[in-house]
Write a protein of this length. Structure first.
Length: 196
């Protein structure tokens, strides 16, 4: 059993915050633990809670469409997880104490995967790593992390469900451009000349 599998098993009995009493399933991860790209979302929704897999509802299906268009293979090229491992009731925004309770587990995932690129999917994921900046202002920009990792914020696909336009500069157009850029970045040898 891998270290990630071991953590997943332990978290099935986690009582670190009140969400343990309302969840149906722990939602730990999906994709390839050996991938260079890691996507961190907000928290599981109803479909994710039911199936125990992140990004499988309507927003996740839309994200998959964008992955395909950008040349990103969900099973091969990316490891997907969330800031929280349990669904907040009614899909509300995660509370600070819930994020704090899950933070060590997310850190363990990052430290174990050692991704070169971390996609911060939506405002909640962004706030966990880059303080004081809104998603609209910093999506598509490259931020340098530690140990050669870069962060790239993108819109959350649930936002795109409400914005259907495909015109140049629309949220959907920007999302596709961001993911194509991320795919290109994943092919680079180093990021020495990138980011802030």
């Amino acid at each position: 059993m891998s270290a990630l599998d071991d953590l997943k098993e332990k978290l099935k009995n986690c009582k670190g915050c009140p969400l343990c009493s309302t969840r149906t399933n722990l939602v730990f991860s999906d994709g390839n633990p050996n991938a260079q790209i890691m996507l961190i979302g907000e928290a599981p929704g109803a479909d994710e809670d039911r199936l125990g897999v992140p990004f499988v509802g309507r927003a996740g299906q839309l994200l998959d469409e964008f992955f395909i268009k950008a040349g990103i293979d969900r099973k091969k090229d990316i490891y997907i997880c969330n800031t929280l491992k349990c669904r907040p009731p009614g899909n509300r925004k995660p509370e600070p104490d819930e994020k704090k309770a899950c933070a060590p587990f997310l850190k363990f995932q990052i430290d174990t995967i050692k991704p070169r690129i971390i996609i911060l999917c939506g405002a909640t994921a962004l706030e966990s790593f880059i303080k004081g900046k809104g998603i609209t202002r910093c999506r598509g920009k490259i931020y340098k992390g530690s140990k050669g990792t870069i962060f790239v914020p993108i819109f959350h696909p649930s936002y795109l469900l409400r914005n259907h336009s495909l015109e140049t500069g629309s949220p959907r157009d920007l999302m596709l451009k961001d993911l194509i850029m991320i795919k290109q970045l994943s092919l680079m040898d180093n990021f020495d000349n990138l980011g802030k």
